[in-house]
Design a protein around this ligand. Structure first.
Ligand code: ZN
Length: 183
């Protein structure tokens, strides 16, 4: 089932996500719906606050971002209760966007690597280090579960440039190819 993507300005996007247990109601269905919603919107990641739930859950599929022949370097994974163990490596800029903030893109600097601890969709404990685009998308989605949006990292001049756009999104004055829920 397609879910509505909560738009910039929705308070849930600024909330600290809470950890969940395996007893979380209809979790399997929720995760399936998040995948469906993400693919429908041509996203590479989606975090639970973006569908209105302030919980520590996100899904990532970077396989679709990898060059032909290098798909194996991508990941398709569900992250529950993720905790950042460490970020390392040099910061590098990458132009990010967000399904909750249509038509806004901007360069964000983030460390090259991230080590995470989490449980997967079967509540099996996992720990791994991610690099490159995998790290990038995970960092962006992980931030959502902490109530942080990529626009908060943009340089002051860029922030000024997108101010009007953000105000318009808050008012619902934006169009997207997927269903959104505005304030
Ligand atoms: Zn996002």
């Amino acid at each position: 089932m397609l879910l509505s993507v909560y738009a910039y300005g929705q308070p849930v996007l600024k909330k600290m996500g809470q950890p969940i247990t395996a007893a979380y109601p209809k979790l399997e269905k929720l995760i399936a719906d998040m995948w469906e919603t993400m693919y429908h919107a041509n996203g590479v990641g989606l975090a639970a606050p973006q569908i209105g739930k302030a919980i520590r859950l996100f899904v990532v599929d970077t396989v679709q971002m990898m060059e032909e022949g290098r798909e194996a370097e991508g990941i398709k994974m569900t992250f529950i209760n993720a905790e950042k163990v460490e970020e390392s490596g040099e910061e590098w800029p990458y132009e990010e966007g967000c399904l909750s903030i249509p038509d806004v893109r901007g360069d964000v600097e983030r460390p090259a690597n991230i080590r995470l601890r989490w449980v997967d969709e079967n509540f099996e404990e996992q720990e791994a280090t991610f690099t490159g685009l995998n790290a990038r998308v995970i960092q962006h989605e992980y931030d959502h579960t902490d109530g942080i949006l990529f626009t908060e990292y943009l340089k002051p001049i860029k922030k000024r440039l997108i101010k009007r756009k953000l105000e318009n999104i808050k008012k619902g004055k934006v169009s997207a190819d997927y269903r959104m829920k505005f304030v």
